[in-house]
Design a protein around this ligand. Structure first.
Ligand code: ZN
Ligand code: ZN
Length: 596
């Protein structure tokens, strides 16, 4: 029986329209997806010069018989899809039985494959069959693509930057390894190992293989479901910041997808925990009825549409935000916080010879140790939580909200900016402006959303004059300004006079704050969103807070610290910068070599 079928003309045309093999990555992607479809448990990708010279993919999948192996290079042959309908559901990884003949057409290609009974070798030269013979091979497929685009020099020109090609391939193989933790992936370039997973179906281990142990230690598990979706995976502590969205990996029914709306939303869940131009590391696996998913048919994109996006967002938001609200998020001063994953591995790649093999064994041991420790720890923590809850049930049924950080005692001030504090756990540095900003921010948010809007009269009315275009926009939104609690009247053509302000504004420097608020109203469009209130509160909080170089007394420090502890999120200012960093007691001892 053949597993390869010639697909119908209509589908072939649809696919041919978008068919592209323009980078080495496209070739790797096609061959790897073939290997996955062939039920491989081990896939090796070996590149020479980022794949420009040679790409070899070896798998241990079901392989092909002679007939299928020859048919694989005929146009429109595919084993993956039979009808247009199937394109709209995710049953299979690839769309393109088209790609193999396309790859063969622009390279020297050698296919060795065996279904366990007979081994077949097919050699192709620029798309022409050169040789078909029998060969020895155990079950699986071994494809070598050499001299890509040798006969289409124009396309070859685009492949000049080996670093870029390699970065694309690595990124792709990373995502596949995350999608299939049960498959062992090995990626090598010029003999050097860039990724080596063990196929033991542990997602966190794959994360470790890609990003390293220091990142892995700062990942936490999330899991939950609602009527439509089940979501599980790992999210990073906010202190692990990436400068691009690349480290957000979303899998749907086991398949890697790229959905900008969802990626943006996941980043938004870290709002105020992270500066706006930074991104978390997230690996989320979504399971859903295929009916809720629409595949974007363009074969080079990996985008899909969710028909119940709101329900999915709600679930993801609750998972991430709940988790962040439970963590203690004081970054350790001794660990660096911006990570670049194995991009650095690539950049080292062309310059250094490596101790890879040796290093990896050691690293694996480190990981196993870490996994053992944390698993034990989690069990213990859960027990403790249960114990604690039981105790609390007995003692005080209505418990107040516990502060998320322990009490800290101020010792002094450094550079008029950083409070030095201590407790039995270690030493803390607190940015007095950021801390004050967080306190004020939460205060303003609360006051702005409280139904009773208390106002007060200004001793000296404030007049604001705007350029005429801005004044027009502002005038249209007078009600927004009024609803915030301002009392004012128009004066002349482009000016208003403000006589009353909301009581919460009292602590801010009013005039500055008023100008800022009007600026926000003029720029914004959606005044009912959380974001609008966030912007106003964050802006006013910044204005109202002590600045760097304001020298404050120990008593003032004490007050500041206790009010910071009372915050819902005491760890970052509303702009996502940290308020506290710590040197743990252990870290201090280690640094002074009192402990090893
Ligand atoms: Zn500020
Ligand atoms: Zn800030």
């Amino acid at each position: 029986m053949h597993t390869i079928q010639v697909m119908d003309e209509d589908l072939a045309n649809k696919i041919a329209a978008g068919e592209v093999v323009e980078r080495t990555m496209n070739v790797v992607k096609e061959l790897v997806e073939n290997a996955i479809d062939a039920k491989s448990s081990e896939i090796k990708i070996e590149l020479v010069d980022a794949g420009v010279k040679e790409i070899r993919v070896i798998d241990n999948g079901i392989g092909m018989n002679k007939e299928d192996a020859v048919l694989a290079f005929k146009r429109h042959a595919t084993s993956k899809l039979k009808s247009i309908e199937e394109l709209f559901h995710i049953h299979s990884l690839g769309f393109r039985g088209e790609a193999l003949p396309s790859i063969a057409a622009v390279s020297h290609l050698t296919l060795k494959t065996s279904d366990g009974e007979e081994g077949t070798l097919v050699e192709m030269d620029g798309g022409k069959e050169k040789e078909v013979s029998s060969c020895d091979l155990r079950k699986g497929t071994d494809i070598t693509v050499k001299d890509l685009f040798y006969n289409t020099p124009v396309r070859l020109k685009y492949l000049k930057n080996l670093y870029t090609e390699l970065a694309h391939i690595t990124d792709y193989v990373n995502k596949m390894a995350l999608s299939y933790p049960n498959i062992k992936f090995v990626l090598k370039n010029n003999g050097k190992v860039l990724l080596n997973t063990d196929g033991t179906n542990r997602l966190l281990k794959v994360i470790n293989d890609i990003y390293g142990l220091s990142v892995t230690k700062k990942m936490v598990e999330v899991e939950g479901e609602n009527d439509d979706y089940h979501v599980s995976g790992f999210i990073s502590y906010p202190e692990l910041m990436k400068s691009n969205r690349n480290a957000i990996t979303v899998l749907v029914n086991g398949r890697y997808i790229r959905n900008n709306e969802l990626n943006r939303f996941i980043t938004d869940c870290y709002h105020t925990y992270m500066p706006p131009d930074k991104y978390p590391i997230v690996v989320l696996s979504i399971e859903a009825d295929p009916i809720l998913i629409d595949v974007n048919v363009h074969p080079t994109k990996m985008d899909i549409k969710f028909s119940k996006m709101d329900s999915l967002k709600e679930l993801i938001a609750s998972l991430i935000k709940d988790k962040l609200e439970k963590l203690t998020l004081i970054p350790d001063a001794s660990t660096s916080t911006v990570v670049e994953g194995n991009e650095t591995k690539i950049s080292n790649h062309y310059s250094t010879t490596s101790l890879d093999e040796f290093n990896r064994e050691e690293k694996d041991q480190e990981y196993e140790h870490f996994e053992k420790m944390t698993l034990n720890l989690e069990v213990r923590e859960e027990d403790e939580v249960v114990d604690k809850l039981e105790e609390e049930d007995e003692e005080k049924p209505s418990m107040e909200e516990e502060p998320r950080i322990k009490e800290m005692y101020p010792v002094g001030l450094v550079h008029g900016t950083y409070i030095v504090a201590e407790n039995e756990d270690g030493m803390f540095l607190i940015d007095q402006h950021a801390a004050n900003e967080r306190i004020n921010y939460e205060y303003y948010l609360k006051e702005m959303s409280s139904p009773k809007k208390e106002k007060m009269d200004l001793l000296v009315p404030v007049s604001v004059e705007l350029p005429n275009n801005e004044y027009l926009i502002f005038k249209e939104n007078f009600n927004v300004f009024e609803n915030l609690g301002f009392g004012f009247e128009e004066f002349g053509s482009n000016t208003i006079i403000i006589r009353t302000v909301p009581l919460w504004l009292q602590r801010a420097r009013e005039e500055d704050a008023i100008h800022k608020i009007i600026e926000i109203i003029v720029e914004k469009e959606d005044f009912n969103s959380e974001r609008f209130f966030h912007l106003i509160a964050a802006t006013v909080a910044c204005k109202a807070s002590i600045k760097a170089n304001d020298f404050i007394t120990i008593d003032e420090m004490r007050t500041l610290l206790s009010r910071l502890r009372a915050c819902k999120n005491p760890f970052t200012c509303p702009h996502g910068r940290p308020t506290i960093i710590t040197f743990s007691k252990y870290e201090l001892e280690r640094l002074f070599k009192r402990a090893m």
